[in-house]
Ligand binder design. Sequence first.
Ligand code: SAH
Ligand code: SF4
Ligand code: F3S
Length: 448
Amino acid sequence: MNQNNDKQKYFLQTFGCQMNERDSETMAGLLEGMGYEPVANAEDADIIILNTCTVRETAENKVWGRIGELKVLKSKKPDLIIGICGCMAQQKETAEKIRRKAPHIELIFGTHNIHELPEMINRLVAERKPLLNVWNAEGSIVENLPARRKSKVKAFVSIMFGCNNFCTYCIVPYVRGRERSRQIADIVREVKSLAEQGYKEVTLLGQNVNSYGKDLPEKTDFADLLEVLNEIDGIRRIRYMTSHPRDFTSKLIDVIARSEKVCEHFHLPVQSGSNSILKKMNRGYTREYYFELVAEIRSKIPHASITTDIIVGFPGETRQDFENTMDLLDKVRYDSAFTFVYNKRSGTPAASMTDQVPDEEKSKRIVELIEFQNKISLEKNLCEVGREHEVLAEGMKNNQNKVEARTRTNKLVLLNGDSNMIGNMYRVKIVKAGPWHLDGEILSSGKN
Ligand code: SAH
Ligand code: SF4
Ligand code: F3S
């Protein structure tokens, strides 16, 4: 192996959502541009960066735990640089708290200036003085940053940054700034280059991809972007996340229906099935509107899968409101759902609402909800047995001779095989189903 052991090593740990994953890929690219190489264990690194999430307290607690562990490492290796960035660090009070409580963290920066990473590291190495560099507001989009992507098969492509929706429970708009869309030409260039590198799938990222283009000078929208990307040779699948149900237009459904590469999977976070709670959440739609949207999707794309995010225990949620959410689940019959207990985020409007639901009640409701959804997920998956699907082999299941593949509807299918299959498409028949995955048998390999 041609390994230069004099090279400085980096270790990057990512918490939170796909936007953070994508930011970490950029940071990895920047670090490798500086001559750093990746290592699998934090213990072997010369620089460790934690890219953090603050969407719920549990996410933050994980980071605080890690900060504590790293203190020991720093005391053994005084030259080690430990940096914290991302959504937690973007909040002024939290950044200050990290500086106060964890002096072994010498580099703190936010979500808006990751492109400055090389300068920040050089400054830190030269001056050996802790550096806190959190921008108050977003700057303009920086294009052409390098990236070291995790997968060779599927890639995340950011199409916009920030969020203007201010759902009353959510911290994201405060830590990611206002909506900014990338130019179509820049996105097309990136996706073409991914196709040339052999990528088969792209997932377009934004907090609300349906707002794409609203801030651009030309008149364009997300549906137009999908149509353009659908024409790029080599890319076989296009996914996107996340869509706000309020902004999901008929035009967009029509474009998805006729765009061969855009997958038939709709992640439509509903959050609650109660109109009064939806109003207090500032979601901008009613359950009746949501049912119509689901009906339109199902009539135009009958085999589409639909998934969602749900919050239980939002302030003021009564037993009846919760029952309305259960009823919505029963009517929509999601393929799967991410379920969350409402968690107060300081600075958001919901945090100061007076009618907070007691923890005990929230826990009871989430258990009920998860149980119900698991039953539906299993029933939906059982319907898949005997059906045929085209799947993309994406990776190996840990410690097992199983290949992880996905249907266009985003269901996980396990196949017998080895790592040579990764990156190929197969036609499979589903032979068994559980609540979380399907087992498949290969019928033939698709065009690769
Ligand atoms: N932009 C995306 C995702 C935002 S965060 C969207 O709008 O769907 C992912 C999910 O976390 C949200 O959909 C919501 O269900 C959940 N979430 C956000 N803030 C929360 C909070 N304070 N407590 C509990 N769950 C929360
Ligand atoms: Fe948060 Fe709402 Fe924006 Fe999603 S749309 S990131 S839930 S404020
Ligand atoms: Fe977390 Fe920030 Fe994403 S708060 S969910 S990492 S945008």
